[in-house]
Design a protein around this ligand. Sequence first.
Ligand code: ZN
Ligand code: ZN
Length: 465
Amino acid sequence: MKIHLKPLIPFSFSTELQIYLTGRALPYDELTDFHPILEKHITSGYVGWMDGLSQGTCHRCGNTESHLFGEMPCSRCGKTCTYCRKCIMMGRVNACSRLHVWTGPHLEYLLKEEPLKWSGKLSPQQAEASRKAIEAVKTHSILLIWAVCGAGKTEILFEAIAEAIHTGKRVCLAAPRTDVVLELGPRLKAAFPGIEIAVLYGGSEDRHHHGQLVISTTHQLYRYRDAFDLMIIDEVDAFPFSGDPSLEYAAQKSRRETSSLIYLTATPSSEFKARVKKGVLDAAIIPARYHRHSIPVPELSWCGNWEKSFAKKTIPKAVSKWLAERLQFSTPFLLFFPNIKIMEEALPLFQRLHPDIQYVHAEDPNRKEKVQSLRENKVPGLLTTTILERGVTIPRLEAAVLGTEKPIFTESALVQIAGRVGRSADHPTGNISFFHYGKTEEMLDAVSHIKQMNAEAKRRDLIVE
Ligand SMILES: [Zn+2]
Ligand SMILES: [Zn+2]
């Protein structure tokens, strides 16, 4: 991609513009505050620009698919202008748009004191992964951290981030889902109180902040280019990052040419596993939870034609028995459904067992409050879609999946769901049941994935029981 730039003429440039634009590539419309001084910076060589679209490629999101480009009469160039529909939710990029980049002096980060204020202690296996992560930062290499659900993977990153910040580097921790970004923000702010941190997601107030440490949804990375010396991608297997090549493009282009890349996941894709096996991708594998108890192994339970049961307004026997036991002992539970429609229709049946049972799904505006009520034992349990497969930690929680044979329940989704159970050191065990109407490869793979990790943890003497 060609960057147009003029020779640098000594000039008292705006440090605000330098801070705002460093590491970003922004269209004119996103530089409103700087419009009066922008032209002067361009003619003096402090701001360069590249075409928004050229040769059938959008340079913001990497889109090359012709059906994702539209045409419109354009007020700016007065012609019929092509625009990108793929990244339109961030404002329009037209064929006549320019993406502006900072080409003036480098921004330097001054370190006043030790950046990491976290006083916790890493387990020996966390410490080993942490050493590998620090090494990746020092040698600008790529590392996969494959850590089971509940291994404490965020803490593993702290020293590697501190190492990068120490040496004046800029760091990005990206995750596909807003929920995860919202959860990581406060934890990182507490660990690095003296560092400027920007937390970015659709509609976030930090959008204009610079941030030596940026915590961002992968979508927001469309705005960045050559920005980060250390890029960490959390939940690399999670929707929508996997299966959307433009997000991979966004993550790659926002890294600097010489930079480190750390992938984090509990459930790597088969492609990642194959790369590790071949030795082309370095990995730190953590098979045990921080509390050193095995991960509960799911019980497979045949429940007959449950769709037919619901049509007849009854809950399959195996499922109602499971629920009755949880209700009897006041064990908080999540019951996962394959889709919203079936869950909505089934709710009244479940409320006959207990009137306070509720459901949550992705568009539910009260999702956070409902999860909080479960945590505070104000509701006995929730019916949910796969939206709660990640990120939820509730002591004593038990979980079940209904209709586990449906394609939405992939190996990785099922391993994540099982990973909700037994997370706290006080209650490291618990029941996880997969109710099904016929076994699938995915559920068998999920069970053997968990068994393998437990066996590996035992072999390495990481389990206490
Ligand atoms: Zn685009
Ligand atoms: Zn135009």
